[in-house]
Structures are given as structure tokens and as C-alpha cells.
Design a protein around this ligand. Structure first.
Ligand code: GLN
Length: 516
């Protein structure tokens, strides 16, 4: 297998071929850079990358190859994923590469420090291929709110790749990277995973450090893995997870044994709960059909499937769209034309601090970001605080209680990840409420801090597009998600005769282009 063929395999397979000396990291990184050059640019390119980190990625790869060639402790001390490349969502700060958050206000800004997760990637010697596209400040479900143009779904270039982390999901789906980092505040790892036929995980809140992830809503934000297999996400979470004294909400005892759990291969005797409120009405028929098939497969593998009710989940979306904008309005106050990135002088009048701030924020932020800042400021204002923000916090407590009651009955919960498959670019851009509804099934996990995983469940009958299956576990029980997810993945792949991404039509066309 040459490196250009190898880019279609999993990160675990790539790591094994590097360890055995069958290929070098330089060959592997170069093959991904070639793939990016072939499919990412131009009018109808995937546009997953905002920045490609060619020189540094090749230098890290060459260093890994040299250590391996030297042998001895240099080779022995290499991490299992050393030399396997990765892409990073452009909300996560990196030394030596620009960080834009998908916004004009940060165009050209260079971070003076690395996020903790980036430090961990460097320590594992994983070459960073570049920074991926996203909705501005991670606000959106389609990546159309990026100031740098939308990312296209590799399954159908006229459709959205999900959001906000559409760039990371599309890069992995289009074989531009085997792994990527995302951030998930209300579903931005899982919903893009669902609509691109990839795997994505929102770890338990606090399991992965948020230090260096530009904050959107701090009590909901979480960094997590994006990959093509469940095992690959487990391996990546083991690299990026763990306690970090620089994040005050970091857990001291996060879940361990994630890759072992993915390799365990059985669900016999486990109890899996269907969330009554998260399927059925409002969910596309093809999504519902694939969901039911997955339930049958798990039942066949010896799991007990029961239905549970989470009666307050119907209020989750409403509560989220008060809490998230409230926290964001405060977090985004620091983009003031003084401290970071863009500075715009007022068109008229003296350049006082207030006027510079207003001119900078007017020019630097896009419509969706402005909408949420206004919403959040309003919800927090005196006289409205109790009615809006206060009520939303009470709903949050009720949702946490729903999860606690459900997990008293079952080991994991299951639902579709997203109510629909990928919609057309532009279809929901001018209808914020329709856009927000994409997250109806993913948001409860963020409000409660519990972990969630999405994996591809097949293709919808109506449109042949990927459907995502979501698994949820109690806080700190991330390992359970990997265990159940890996079993379901292997049962599904046995039906399909291989990975779902082998069936993507647009990918076949782009592959032909690359071969020329
Ligand atoms: N799509 C959701 C939103 O627009 C979630 C965003 C996220 O998880 N970063 O808020």
C-alpha cells in the first residue's frame, strides 16, 4: 500500500504502518498535503482548511522518521500516534499559525501561546496539517457563517458539512486528514460528524482542557476528537485528555482506558435506553429507519433495549439559546479593537475608545455573532435576568435531573444525532430558528456536561446521505461510549462491506481528480 492509498485507512492502521517501517511519516504527511491541494481549493473545493501548515508538518514528520531510524530509546519513546497527521479547528490557538475563529475580527492574528491540547499533540509528535474552517466563533450548524466562505460536504458539494466544525468533519471525510480536533458547545463536533459520515466525540465536560480554545459559552464548551473510526477517536482523546491546572473546570479524574474499551468488542448484558423525546416526530424518515436498524443490531448483540423518558428535553433548545448567547456576549467583549486583531477607526468624529470599539465590532463581526451578542446582552439585562437567564438555568437543572433518572435505569442512551441529513447550502441561512433546530438532539448533553459520541448509521433512503447515531453516557463514563460505539460500528460495517465513506459519490470524483 503506498501513502496515497493509505490516506483512506484509519489513523490506527497508519500508526501501525509507520511503526513497522512500511511507510515514513514524511510520505504520509506529503500524501495528505497532496490530497488537500487536489480537493480543497478552487470554486468547488471542499474548503475545509483556512491555513495549511506545510513546512512545520513536514519538519515534525522528518523528525519522527529520524528518531525511528536511529532506533533505541529515541524510537521506543515515540507515542503510538507519532507521525500521524491531524487538523485543528481554527478556534483553538496555535503558535506559528494564524487563529481566526472564522471571523474577520481576528484576521491575521497570531496567538503567542499554544492551547493545552496543541501542546499535547506536539508532545506526541503528531504533525499539524493546518487549521480548519468553522462558523464564526463556532456559532452555527452549517459552516456558512464563516467569514472565509462555507465548507462543502464531501458527499455532495452543494450541501452543508454541518457546523460549527464543518471544516474538521469535511477534512476527515474527504481524506484530507485522518484525525481532527473540534469543539462542541451545542453539537459542533457531533452534528458535522452525523452529516458527513464521520465519528465525533464530545467528552465529559472537563475531561479535555479548554485552555486555548477561544471561549464561546464557557460552561458548555468542550474540545473533542473527530475521526473515521471509533477507535481512532478513543486514541485521540487519550492524547488530548487529562487534568490541566490551567483550566479551572478541568477534572482531576477523567475517564481512562478509552482505546481498551473500544477494543473490548461486546455489549452483552448492557442496558441501552432510547430517549422517547429525541426521535419520531420532526425526524426525517430515513434517519428514523437507520436509527431503528442500529437498535436491532445492538439487540442482536445481546444488549437490552428499553425506552426512557426525559420530559424536560423539550425545553433544552430554548434554554441553550439563552445561556449560550449570555455567556458569549460576555466572552466576546474582549474583541474591542484594542487587544486583539482588527482595529477600525470611526468613519466620522474623533477616534474615542467607544467609537473605535463600535466601528471595529460593527466591521469585524458577522450577522449571526451580532444577533447572539444582542440576544445575550438583553437576556442578562436588569429586569429581564430572572425571566430569561434565571429560568434557563432552572431548566438546565431539570435536564440534569432527567439524565440522572435515565442513567439510574440504563448504561447508555441512544438517539439520532441530527433530525435530518445534510441540507443544501443556503437553505437555512436566512432562517435562524430552522438552523438552531439542527441541535435539538445534541444540546442536552452540553447542558448536563455528559459525554456524547456520534457514528455513521448508514445512508437515508430519500437522499442517500449519511445519518448519525448518537450515544450518551453519564459524566466520566466516556469509555462506555467507545465500547458501545465500536461494537455498533463493526456490526454496521459488516452489513455495508466496509467503511461508509467508501460509498460517497463526490469523493470518488475528487479522487479521480487527484489521480491526474
Ligand atoms: N450549532 C450550535 C450553535 O450554533 C452549536 C455550536 C457549537 O457547538 N459550537 O450554537
Amino acid at each position: 500500500m503506498n501513502a496515497h492509498e493509505l490516506i483512506r485507512s484509519s489513523a490506527a492502521v497508519m500508526a501501525a504502518k509507520l511503526a513497522s517501517g512500511e511507510i515514513t511519516s514524511v510520505e504520509l504527511v506529503q500524501a495528505h498535503l497532496d490530497r488537500i491541494a487536489a480537493v480543497d481549493g478552487g470554486d468547488r473545493g471542499v474548503n475545509a482548511f483556512l491555513h495549511v501548515n506545510t513546512e512545520e508538518a513536514l519538519a515534525v514528520a522528518a523528525d519522527v522518521d529520524a528518531r525511528r531510524a536511529r532506533g533505541g530509546s529515541d524510537a521506543r519513546e515515540l507515542h503510538e500516534l507519532a507521525g500521524v497527521p491531524i487538523a485543528v479547528k481554527d478556534l483553538i490557538v496555535t503558535i506559528g499559525q494564524p487563529t481566526t475563529a472564522g471571523s474577520k475580527i481576528l484576521e491575521g492574528w497570531m496567538s503567542p501561546y499554544d492551547a493545552t491540547v496543541v501542546k499535547k499533540l506536539r508532545a506526541a509528535r503528531m504533525p499539524i496539517l493546518g487549521k480548519t474552517n468553522l462558523d464564526e466563533f463556532a456559532m452555527g450548524s452549517s459552516t456558512e457563517h464563516s467569514a472565509y466562505g462555507p465548507t462543502r460536504n464531501p458527499w455532495d458539494l452543494d450541501r452543508i458539512p454541518g457546523g460549527s466544525g464543518g471544516g474538521s468533519a469535511a477534512a476527515v471525510a474527504a481524506f484530507e486528514a485522518p484525525l481532527a480536533l473540534g469543539t462542541d458547545t451545542g453539537g459542533s463536533i457531533r452534528q458535522p460528524g452525523a452529516v458527513t459520515g464521520t465519528v465525533g466525540v464530545k467528552p465529559t465536560y472537563g475531561a479535555v482542557s479548554r485552555y486555548g480554545a477561544i471561549a464561546m459559552a464557557s460552561s458548555l464548551d468542550q474540545i473533542g476528537p473527530v475521526s473515521r473510526t471509533v477507535l481512532d477517536s478513543a486514541l485521540l482523546q487519550e492524547v488530548i485528555g487529562g487534568h490541566d491546572p490551567q483550566d479551572s473546570t478541568s477534572l482531576t479524574d477523567p475517564s481512562t482506558g478509552l482505546a481498551d474499551a473500544a477494543r473490548l468488542g461486546n455489549v452483552k448484558g448492557m442496558k441501552i435506553g432510547i430517549i422517547k423525546e429525541l426521535h419520531g416526530e420532526g425526524y426525517q424518515a430515513g434517519v428514523e429507519n437507520r436509527f431503528n436498524e442500529s437498535l436491532e443490531l445492538l439487540r442482536g448483540a445481546g444488549a437490552e433495549i428499553v425506552e426512557v423518558s426525559c420530559p424536560n428535553f423539550g425545553y433544552a433548545l430554548g434554554a441553550y439559546y439563552l445561556i449560550m448567547p449570555s455567556e458569549a456576549s460576555s466572552n466576546l467583549a474582549k474583541f474591542d479593537g484594542v487587544r486583539f486583531g482588527m482595529r477600525k477607526l470611526p468613519a466620522e468624529g474623533p477616534p474615542t475608545i467607544e467609537r473605535v470599539m463600535a466601528a471595529t465590532r460593527a466591521a469585524g463581526f458577522g450577522d449571526e455573532v451580532k444577533r447572539r451578542i444582542i440576544l445575550g446582552t438583553y437576556a442578562l439585562s436588569a429586569g429581564y435576568y430572572d425571566a430569561y437567564y434565571g429560568s434557563a438555568q432552572k431548566v438546565r437543572t431539570l435536564i440534569q435531573r432527567d439524565f440522572a433518572a435515565a442513567f439510574a435505569q440504563v448504561d447508555v442512551l441512544i438517539s439520532p444525532t441530527s433530525p435530518t441529513t445534510a441540507f443544501k447550502l443556503g437553505e437555512k441561512l436566512n432562517d435562524p430558528l430552522a438552523m438552531y433546530l439542527n441541535d435539538v438532539a445534541t444540546i442536552p448533553a452540553n447542558l448536563a456536561g455528559v459525554p456524547g459520541l456520534t457514528l455513521p448509521g448508514g445512508l437515508a433512503d430519500e437522499d442517500g446521505l449519511p445519518v448519525g447515531i448518537q450515544l450518551l453516557a453519564p459524566a466520566r463514563e466516556d469509555a462506555r461510549l467507545y465500547r458501545v460505539g465500536a461494537v455498533l460500528e463493526s456490526l454496521l460495517e459488516a452489513q455495508w462491506g466496509g467503511p461508509i465513506l467508501d460509498q460517497a459519490p463526490a469523493l470518488a470524483q475528487t479522487a479521480a481528480k487527484e489521480a491526474k
